[in-house]
Write a protein that binds this ligand. Structure first.
Ligand SMILES: [Zn+2]
Length: 423
């Protein structure tokens, strides 16, 4: 029996269980007949706490009781599910992602994200048209939530994506923000990068105007950044979120001081490939066909230039984190499985698995403005992942997914897998 089948069976009450339940009901019975108690788990709450022997009770899509098994009455729930030996953690929140702009493809991407344990995604500035904006409020079965920056704003970058607004004057910059505000985007995305000298980067005058206009409209701003010098300018201009780490050099004391003066500013590190073999990739077999996996496995090797670039960002991430700067989580690229590589890369950079899981759950939810998710505490949406290995011991254990639940409902991972591999 596969792990899927085994848990599916536990979740479907057998006839015997139903009889037992009705008998219970006859003599008073559980006080929450429609609730489900998940018992005996190692619980990673998402805000830094771990309970080794916990019970989590879910009702109407919400966590209604969470705590040590000894302190909770699992029998108050109509159904009990024994998850002894399993680890339960909040679903991941991908705060820098890119989704397709076409409905069917976007739906598939959100379902694939859910397959890999992602509960929410933030599409950062390359959404064309209005479908991405519309789909934010739709309830899509077996799919992660989505937020959108709509179209981002940059200086003209001929040859790159033509989706963003290309602005060259303050008037154009403010007009772009006003249009985005009228579309109720969740954040304004800007790019401040000369792409290795190819373009004129968005000037401080222009990004200053964007940030000012966005804040006037109550919208936060996130920046794609490359250079330390631009990061300082952006901090001065009031940036809210860095969509990337600083990549051109090791950071200095000055930027630390500037950042600490604005402690609400969040870093989404978005590390580059580490330039080392990623190991076997069979954990992607649920959505990626064997031939492609073999190809990806054979393509990887040592890459000195990538290792050097990774080293700069890794050192900068560790230093900012040590200085108390808020670190969130995002993958940038559109592959649904890359969340697990990014988690491992953040640990490789030098953060602890525990800190990385906080970044990828509660802090990422915070930067996305999603109050309903990100932690496993009473009152939050029941968005959680069941793992059969402990990611606090080895971060790659986030790949050992047994089940994913969103809004208290089990995600149909078998169905998603069949569609992705069949299509
Ligand atoms: Zn991006």
């Amino acid at each position: 029996m596969s792990r899927f089948e085994s848990l599916a069976r536990t979740l479907t009450p057998s006839l015997g269980t139903l009889t037992a339940l009705s008998m219970l009901a006859a003599c008073g019975g559980p006080s929450m007949p429609d609730a489900v108690a998940y018992e005996g788990v190692r619980l990673i709450t998402g805000d830094g706490a771990v309970i080794e022997e916990a019970t989590v009770i879910v009702q109407n899509g919400l966590f209604v009781a969470v705590g040590p098994s000894a302190a909770l009455d699992a029998a108050s729930a109509g159904t009990q599910v024994d998850l002894s030996g399993m680890t339960v953690m909040p679903t991941l929140n991908n705060a820098h992602f890119h989704l397709p702009s076409e409905r069917a493809a976007r739906t598939a991407a959100l379902q694939s994200a859910a397959y890999y344990g992602t509960g929410s995604t933030f599409s950062f500035g390359l959404d064309e048209g209005t479908i991405g904006l519309e789909m934010r409020t739709e309830s899509i079965p077996d799919a992660a939530r989505s937020l959108s920056a709509g179209r981002g704003i940059t200086s003209p970058e001929p040859g790159r994506s033509e989706v963003p607004y290309w602005v060259t004057t303050e008037t154009e910059a403010r007009a772009a923000v006003q249009e985005l505000a009228s579309q109720n985007v969740d954040i304004v995305k800007i790019w401040v990068d000369d792409r290795g000298g190819q373009y004129e980067r968005l000037s401080p005058e222009l990004y200053g105007a964007v940030i000012d206009e966005a804040h006037t409209n109550g919208i936060p701003v996130t920046a794609h950044v490359f250079r330390l010098q631009d990061a300082k300018g952006l901090l001065e201009a009031g940036i809210d979120v860095f969509a990337h780490g600083i990549r051109d050099m090791d950071i200095d004391d000055e930027v630390i001081e500037m950042w600490k003066a604005r402690p609400e500013v969040v870093l989404i590190p978005n590390l580059p490939g580490p330039g080392v073999p990623a190991g076997e990739m069979s954990w992607m077999a649920g959505t990626v066909d064997a031939e492609r996996i073999a190809q990806m496995e054979s393509n990887q090797g040592e890459n000195a230039a990538a290792q050097e670039a990774f080293g700069i960002q890794a050192r900068n991430l560790v230093r900012l984190h040590a200085e108390g700067i808020r670190v969130a989580f995002g993958t940038d690229g559109g592959n649904s499985w890359s969340v697990h590589q990014e988690l491992a890369d953040m640990v490789r950079a030098g953060l602890s698995p525990a800190d990385v899981l906080v970044a990828a759950t509660s802090t990422a939810a915070m930067v996305m403005g999603l109050e309903e998710t990100g932690t496993i505490v009473v009152g939050k949406s029941a968005d959680f992942v069941v793992l059969d290995a402990n990611p606090l011991e080895d971060i790659t254990n986030t790949r050992s997914i047994v089940d994913v639940f969103l809004h208290g409902t089990r995600v149909d991972r078998e169905g998603i897998s069949a569609r992705m591999l069949g299509g």
